[in-house]
Design a protein around this ligand. Sequence first.
Ligand code: ZN
Length: 312
Amino acid sequence: MTAPLILDTQMHGIRGSTAAFLVRGERTALVETGPRSSLATLLKELESVTDELDWIVVTHIHLDHAGAAGALAARFPSARVAVHERGARHLADPARLWASVQSIYGSQAQRLWGGIDPVAAERIHVVRDGDRIDLGGGRGLDVLETPGHARHHHAFMDDETGILFAGDALGMQLPGSETMRPATAPPEHDLRAALASMQRIRSARPSAVWLTHFGEATHEGRADGVDAVCDRAADTLQRWHDIVAAARRTGARGADGILAVAGPDLDALESSLPADVCARLDATNSRTLNVEGIERSIERIAGTDPQKEEIR
Ligand SMILES: [Zn+2]
């Protein structure tokens, strides 16, 4: 039994924030790609352990997870790209996705994300809940539909080791701390879907969960405490929502207004987070983005969100 490998994409030059995972059966799969801007770092790591890639598998199409998929597909011409059906067209034609990134990051978009290379449509393999990506030799990746962070989000379970690649479905836990920060950036975060997906992951009984941000999630230093990790993720997400909802009841609106009221409560929630880990979390998924996404989720439930079709 070969354990999957964690590759550090060093997204935006930061170690220990955004991972890709290599799973080897008779065929080799890379789960997650990092952004196009960290391709050179990823390739260096990848090429030190394999010269072949049969599958490029992404949990969802956000650029920290799938931004390098097109460039990797060009580098490994026999690899197929496995993606949710809602994400497939954006990998084939990333123009709208890139326009959305540019609208958020403006002149910094190219420097931060490095653009997006399209994946030839015939190399895209749409996967659905219950599918299995066969790696040969009895090994495969089972596909679990896990919406909540995005509507088009999958988790994948390596059926040889029982390790589940959770993408952003549980949140983020970076090396150096066991504090979980939910991943609720706009526009698609949905509380009820996210909580249901956390329960779904728990029910799949994985031996461990590996987070894209970053690596093996632990509870009290142990990776096999998956139930506790999932429960903690759900509890933390609910608390973030409760804190934002309480701030809104004082009349606060918008991330800045809400953070002005809710900041101390969020500080208390993350009080055991060392400053350096907090800085890495903020660089990957800031409180501001999280609050914006939670506010959208609350307004959607209340029916006051305009529900613009957006993708990021
Ligand atoms: Zn992410």
